[in-house]
Design a binder for this molecule. Structure first.
Ligand code: SF4
Length: 237
């Protein structure tokens, strides 16, 4: 059976972002990303700093490990990264084995790579990265992903650090008007223990006001990154 490079397995925890905000879930975090966002809050998944923590595991080994920490008490399993879309066959295996156990699968990816298994997960978030990330969006790939998706539970999420990012989010909304768009305030802090809730809530109020005063943004949903209000940027939460 093919293997996935797993850098973290944890849970149960509470999902903090986008359409799945507030859901209890287990987490499988995979190594590797095709992006290098300037503000990535999980750079350890691609920058080499935690390479020694990578375990190459089959889907059955991943499920064994999840069982040992509380999979029984969770309907949802989030497969995160990095970018899970880097992997094909082992993702098919993991999705299939989790579904056999009546688990529901949440995946978020930036929309830079298409994979057939996108149509097999239960909740999919496509999160294209705005200009502050210093990455550039391939709009053609993003449009082809939405053309290929046959999915009733897909949403878009854009992280907003500044007004340039906000204009980018408006472009995303104009290209995909039928897909629910979530806006989330950016979190550039790398500190893992000091409280960052105050500054994040101030930024959230700034973003609320941008949307409130913008007649072109009528259906977006504006959210905090919920888990960072409670746990800051602590790993494994
Ligand atoms: Fe980090 Fe996600 Fe950007 Fe990859 S796409 S560098 S994991 S923020």
């Amino acid at each position: 059976m093919s293997k996935l490079p797993v850098i973290e397995l944890f849970g149960p925890t509470i999902q903090g972002e986008g359409s799945v905000i507030g859901l209890k879930t287990m987490f499988v975090r995979l190594y590797g990303c095709d992006y290098k966002c300037s503000w990535c809050d999980s750079a350890f998944t691609w920058d080499g700093s935690s390479k020694s923590s990578i375990q190459r595991l089959t889907s059955l080994e991943i499920i064994d490990k999840l069982n040992s920490i509380g999979l029984d008490g969770c309907t949802y399993v989030t497969i995160s990264g990095g970018n899970p879309a880097l992997y094909n066959e082992p993702m098919h295996d993991l999705i299939s084995e989790l579904h056999k156990r009546s688990k529901k699968i949440i995946v978020e990816t930036q929309g830079s790579i298409w994979k057939d298994w996108f149509n097999d997960v239960d909740i999919l978030t496509i999160s294209p990265k705005p200009p502050s990330s210093l990455m550039s969006t391939d709009w053609g790939i993003l449009q082809s992903i939405f053309a290929n998706l046959q999915h009733s539970n897909v949403s878009l999420k854009v992280v907003i650090f500044d007004e340039t990012d906000y204009l980018y989010a408006k472009k995303v909304q104009s290209l995909f008007p039928d897909i629910t768009l979530y806006l989330q305030v950016g979190n550039a802090e790398v500190t893992r223990s000091e409280s960052i809730a105050g500054q994040l809530l101030n930024k959230l109020e700034w973003l609320f006001n941008l949307v409130i005063n913008d007649p072109e943004m009528q259906t977006v949903r504006v959210l905090p990154q919920l888990h960072t209000l409670i746990w800051n940027n602590e790993r494994g939460k």
